[in-house]
Design a protein around this ligand. Structure first.
Ligand SMILES: C[S@@+](CC[C@H](N)C(=O)[O-])C[C@H]1O[C@@H](n2cnc3c(N)ncnc32)[C@H](O)[C@@H]1O
Length: 324
C-alpha cells in the first residue's frame, strides 16, 4: 500500500528565521496572482464554494505559500462557515513552509496545520486499510481521511507524480474529491522565449512544450491526464471532470514587471525553464542577462494569458476497490 510521508511537523512559533524568510523574495501576493485564479476554479469544481452544512477536511497538497488555503479561508470566512473547515497544508520545502506557516497563522479562526509532507513517498504497508501510518517516526496521514485532496500546480513539479496521484486517492475518503491543476500554457512562456532568443549564445529556440511540463508525463494534455486517472481502481471514472481555465494577468508598468521577474527567479522558475541546457548556454544567460531581457520582453507583451487544466474526480465508495 502506498503512503504519504510526513517527515516533520506543525507550525513552529514565530522565530527570527521565519521573519527572515518572510522578508525574503518569497512573496505570496506575487504567487497568488498566478495561482489563485486557477485555485478558485479548482475549489468551485470540487464543490467547495457551494453553500453546505457538511464539514470539510481538506489536504492542501504541495501548498507552496498557501495560495489554495488562503482562497478557501476567504470563501469560508466571508460566509461565516469557518467552523466546518479544517485544513492540512503540506509541502516538502522548509523555506516555503516558513512563509506558509506565517501566512496561515494570520487566518483568524481557521483550524489548520502546516506540515512538511512529501506527496509521493511510499513506505511500509499497514494491515489496517483505514489507518495507515505514513512513516513510523513521523506524524501520519491516514488512508480514507480527507473529504478533499487538492494539489494546485504540484504534479508537473513532482519527480514521481503517478505515485503522488495514488497517494492523493489513498488519503481521500470514500466519496471524497481528488482535485488538481496543471499548466497547459504558463502565461510568461512567450516572453521567456523572446528573452532567451535575444541573448547571444543562449538556445536559439526552445522546445514546445517546454521539457519541464512533460518530464514526468504529459501533464498539460487532458486526454493523458484522464488516462492516468482511469487506471486507478479507486477512482470513479464517471466522475472525472477536466475543464480548461484561462485568465489574463496585466502587468502594470516597469516596477510591476521587475517585481514579477524577481519573484519568478526567486521561486525557481528560471531553473525549471532552463532544464536540459548545456553549461555554455546557461552561462550566456548569467549576470542578470536573462532577467534583463525578460523585463524588456514583458514590457512589450505585458498582458499574460495563463491557461491550465482543472481536474476533479471522486473516490469510489465500494470497499473492495479501496484495498489499494
Ligand atoms: C508551483 S508550486 C505550487 C504551490 C501552490 N500549490 C500554489 O498554488 O501556489 C509547487 C510546490 O510543490 C512543492 N513540491 C515539490 N515537490 C513536492 C513533493 N514531493 N511533495 C510535496 N510538495 C512538493 C514545491 O515545494 C512547491 O511549493
Amino acid at each position: 500500500m502506498p503512503a504519504v510521508s510526513v517527515v516533520n511537523y506543525r507550525s513552529p512559533p514565530a522565530s527570527s528565521a521565519m521573519k527572515r524568510a518572510s522578508s525574503s523574495r518569497l512573496d505570496y501576493s506575487s504567487t497568488d496572482r498566478g495561482t489563485r485564479p486557477p485555485a478558485l476554479a479548482l475549489l468551485r469544481q470540487a464543490g467547495l464554494l457551494a453553500r453546505s452544512e457538511a464539514h470539510v477536511h481538506v489536504l492542501d497538497n504541495a501548498c507552496g505559500l498557501g495560495t489554495t488555503t488562503a482562497a478557501l479561508y476567504d470563501e469560508f470566512a466571508s460566509k461565516r462557515e469557518l467552523g466546518r473547515l479544517r485544513v492540512i497544508c503540506g509541502d516538502v520545502s522548509m523555506r516555503i513552509l516558513r512563509v506558509a506557516t506565517e501566512r496561515v497563522a494570520q487566518m483568524e479562526g481557521l483550524d489548520a496545520e502546516v506540515r512538511v509532507l512529501d506527496a509521493q513517498v511510499r513506505v511500509s504497508p499497514s494491515t489496517n486499510p483505514c489507518f495507515t501510518l505514513m512513516s513510523p517516526k513521523a506524524l501520519s496521514l491516514p488512508s480514507n481521511h480527507f473529504t478533499h485532496v487538492l494539489t494546485n500546480f504540484g504534479f508537473q513539479i513532482f519527480s514521481e507524480p503517478i505515485l503522488a496521484l495514488h497517494e492523493s486517492v489513498r488519503v481521500a475518503k470514500p466519496g471524497g474529491i481528488i482535485g488538481l491543476t496543471t499548466w497547459t500554457h504558463p502565461g510568461w512562456v512567450p516572453a521567456f522565449r523572446l528573452a532567451v532568443a535575444r541573448i547571444p549564445g543562449s538556445p536559439s529556440s526552445l522546445p514546445d512544450p517546454l521539457p519541464f511540463t512533460t518530464r514526468t508525463g504529459s501533464w498539460s494534455d487532458p486526454v493523458w491526464i484522464r488516462a492516468q486517472l482511469v487506471t486507478l481502481p479507486a477512482v470513479d471514472a464517471s466522475t472525472i471532470c477536466i475543464e480548461r481555465h484561462a485568465f489574463e494577468m496585466p502587468l502594470e508598468g516597469e516596477e510591476d514587471v521587475r517585481r514579477f521577474v524577481r519573484h519568478m527567479e526567486a521561486a525557481g522558475a528560471f531553473e525549471a525553464f532552463m532544464e536540459g541546457w548545456s553549461v555554455e548556454k546557461r552561462r550566456a544567460c548569467e549576470g542578470g542577462q536573462l532577467a534583463l531581457e525578460l523585463v524588456r520582453a514583458l514590457m512589450e507583451e505585458h498582458v499574460l494569458v495563463w491557461e491550465s487544466a482543472v481536474v476533479t474526480c471522486t473516490k469510489r465508495r465500494c470497499s473492495t476497490c479501496l484495498r489499494m
